[in-house]
Ligand binder design. Structure first.
Ligand code: SF4
Length: 382
């Protein structure tokens, strides 16, 4: 099946004309794109429909809030379109287009005119990866790598497979949700994945479903086709206000994902990205929703971690009590932070690590000055 793309928000006839005018203003700043299949999942009689919230602009996106590059990806960019933050993993930003644009995207800066962070020419990236034998994982991202032609995608995968130390190739994609036929109707893609996802070197698809209603029959068939091609599929997504900030919605999604063989890997705390104020949930609230969702599902469905993808590393939110918040580096940019446990004063209004105040003499507060996590000097000295 061929989906039809919709790029002009004024064409959404289900929305009253006055509301569309406001949305056009929002879309001038943060671009709109969707397709007829995905728009068809929306219940237009419900102004708060979660699928609608996911792709249709919201006036509140224009509020002055957050940064365009909230995790400071610029600091780990080692060449055009190449990010290297953790020793074993490199990101290649292979394009700047997606099947639709999620309103809460943390990389929306890529879609703004004049941005040139991605590159079609990945030769510098390949050279970089070839020269560092520590790199065992390469994540193809963007944008969405499955928007590229199969020929181009396979050329990249073939080149990566020539580098012996690259064991795992990951493809970060929301196409199984936005357009499952991109997978189902492309035998060459499935054959190529099957060739390069081998018993000793797998390809992983990092899918991106945010709501159980995206797991349609076609989406599940798309995941099944990937699994049958020998690909390992997992899911990761942020917690988003009005979309999945509900324990039963999350639980239903986790359950279905486990049943179809694409278990949740990370649930991310939303990054404080410009335009994202209407979509963000404070950390403490998000933690309780996540824990409540986990109580409703079996072990296989609750393997995910709730974490912040912070500029200093992946910081897992491991606990909250009446007074404190307990955090731990699951991945750290600086190896000395790996596994570090931190205690902060509970702050129900905080959205991000930088807004938290550490507790003196507990966790991070006990560190010698030269042991303070990078970027946290000011907190510890205070
Ligand atoms: S699919 Fe990913 S990169 Fe594309 S708009 Fe959505 S969150 Fe952003």
């Amino acid at each position: 099946m061929k989906v039809k793309y919709v790029r002009d928000v004024s064409k959404l006839e289900q929305i009253p004309p006055e509301a569309r005018e406001v949305m056009e203003k929002v879309a001038e700043r943060y671009v709109f794109r969707a397709n007829d299949y995905y728009l068809g999942l929306i219940d237009w009689t419900d102004p708060n429909d979660p699928i609608r919230r996911l792709v249709v602009p919201d006036e509140r996106e224009l509020s002055d809030w957050g940064d365009l590059d909230a995790s400071n990806e610029e600091a780990v960019t080692v060449a055009k379109g190449v990010q290297h933050k953790y020793p074993h993993t490199v990101l290649l930003l292979v394009n700047e287009i997606c099947g639709a644009y999620c309103r809460y995207c943390f990389r929306k800066r890529l879609f703004i005119d004049g941005n040139d962070e991605t590159t079609l020419d990945i030769s510098d990236g390949l050279e970089y990866i070839r020269s560092d034998t520590q790199i065992t994982n390469v994540l193809l991202t963007g944008g969405d790598p499955l928007i590229m032609s199969t020929g181009r995608l396979m050329t990249i995968i073939e080149k990566l497979r020539e580098i012996d130390h690259v064991k795992i190739i990951r493809i970060g994609t929301k196409m199984p949700a936005f357009n499952p036929w991109r997978i189902l109707d492309d035998e060459k893609l499935l054959e190529g994945l099957s060739t390069h996802s081998t018993p000793d070197k797998r390809i992983y698809v990092m899918a991106h479903f945010d709501h159980p209603r995206e797991l349609t029959e076609a989406a599940i068939a798309g995941i099944d086709a990937l699994i049958r091609a020998g690909v390992v599929v997992v899911n990761q997504c942020p917690m988003i206000r009005g979309i999945n900030d509900d324990p039963e919605v999350l639980a239903e999604m986790f359950r279905t994902l486990a049943v179809i063989g694409a278990p949740q890997y990370y649930l991310f705390q939303g990054r404080p990205t410009a335009g994202n104020e209407p979509y963000e949930v404070p950390i403490v609230e998000g933690y309780h929703i996540f824990e409540d969702a986990k109580r409703r599902v079996s072990g296989l469905a609750k393997r995910a971690r709730f974490a912040m993808s912070h500029e200093t590393g992946k910081v897992e939110i491991v606990g909250v009590d009446d007074s404190y918040m307990y955090l731990r580096y699951h991945r750290a940019k600086n190896p000395r932070d790996e596994g570090r446990f931190m205690v902060f004063h509970r702050d129900d209004e905080a959205y991000w690590l930088n807004q938290l105040t550490p507790v003196e003499n507990m966790g991070m507060g006990r560190l010698d000055p030269d042991q303070i996590p990078v970027g946290y000097e000011e907190f510890v000295e205070a």
